[in-house]
Design a protein around this ligand. Structure first.
Ligand SMILES: [Zn+2]
Length: 360
């Protein structure tokens, strides 16, 4: 991250989860008229966005989780976008922390993959507000287990303001690959999902050897798989490793290079193997996730040092789901059920970050 310097920073000293900042928050110049807005440390909803600038126009990669965050970012980008207005807004996937600021870029053409466009209509900002509120109430109850779950949900959502957000989805959708010209520059959109979500895509700028990987990469944080199969995620990592890129902006965490891609690939290969063994032995998702996460191998591989290691619960669940040939979309009730188990696992990893989501 030392290679890349911020050109405008906010005065924030702690993250939204009250952790020490690992790098400054703000707008980074990555060279070749490419910029990234970085939101440390890349925990829940602390997502990154990007700007590719051509002659007289630019392309924005993702907006942020809420209107406050997105507004602050667009303001910092204004000196650049004044002479190169945002013509295209590409959303890397449908999660709220990458699309819920879209309404603040009303003049841009919004581009998503077809699967992302479909999924983006299903997720409602108000549901997240409700989850946070319900969590707050549960956290007050005298039953320890319920208190833990409530605290986890409440603190996940508390730093953000989703109310009043209108979801603005795609004007144009594509499948597999699409090329765009942005003020004389070639930009390639590459669909690699379903993996993290149903319609993940990456944005490649060949002339700058730069890739915006969306949530196919979490640098310093644990990746989370809502869709899968895990084989698609591993294949996407192999694809990046073969690409001629040296600057990679992950969906969460600091700007990185292919080292993080290799580490991510190793994580998924490790989990595929370990979860697969336990599936074959008839172990439950919960028992498998606990055994792997609290095992020696997991800590030796330093996965406990990645933010939110408890996401292994969701990841094992999805690996099992595909093993059982259950390929239908994850419904809200199932998702909440996984998150409930994930919340309780978080308290078994007291030294991991963010601390606020694992301590009472
Ligand atoms: Zn994200």
């Amino acid at each position: 991250m030392e290679r890349w310097k911020p050109i405008a920073t906010t005065d924030r000293q702690r993250t939204r989860f009250d952790e020490v900042l690992h790098y400054p928050e703000g707008l980074y110049e990555l060279g070749n008229r490419i910029y990234a807005w970085m939101l440390p440390n890349g925990c829940w909803y602390e997502s990154n966005a990007g700007l590719v600038v051509g002659e007289g126009e630019s392309l924005l990669v993702d907006t942020l989780a809420d209107l406050n965050l997105t507004g602050e970012m667009l303001q910092a980008m204004r000196p650049i976008t004044q002479s190169a207005p945002v013509k295209y807004l590409v959303n890397t996937h449908s999660d709220g922390d990458h699309i819920w600021g879209n309404e603040l870029v009303p003049d841009a053409e919004i581009i998503m993959s077809k699967a992302c466009e479909e999924e983006s209509r299903e997720l409602k900002p108000a549901a997240m507000t409700m989850l946070g509120k319900t969590g707050g109430i549960l956290a007050l109850l005298p039953v320890k287990k319920v208190k833990k779950i409530g605290n986890y949900f409440h603190n996940m959502v508390a730093p953000f303001a989703f109310n009043g957000t209108k979801v603005r989805t795609a004007n144009r959708a594509f499948e597999k690959e699409m090329a765009l010209e942005v003020g004389g520059r070639e930009v390639r959109l590459i669909e690699v999902g379903p993996a993290h979500t149903r319609g993940d895509l990456m944005v490649h700028v060949p002339d700058a050897k730069t890739l915006f990987a969306g949530d196919m990469l979490f640098a310093g944080a644990t990746p989370v798989m809502w869709a899968g199969p895990v084989e698609n995620w591993i294949a996407a990592m192999e694809k990046i490793l073969e690409m001629d890129v040296d600057t990679i902006v992950p969906g969460h965490g600091p700007v990185c290079d292919k080292e993080v891609v290799s580490q991510t690939k190793e994580y998924w290969e490790f989990l595929k193997c370990e979860a697969g063994k336990r599936f074959d032995a008839g172990m439950s998702v919960k028992d498998a996730a606990y055994e792997i996460a609290l095992g020696e191998d997991f800590s030796r591989r330093r996965y406990l040092q990645w933010d939110s290691p408890e996401r292994i619960m969701t990841n094992v669940h999805i690996i099992y789901r595909h093993q059982k040939k259950r390929t239908g979309h994850l419904k809200t009730a199932e998702k909440l059920n996984i998150l409930r188990k994930q919340a309780l696992l978080a308290y078994e990893m007291p030294d991991a970050s963010p601390a606020s989501m694992r301590t009472l």
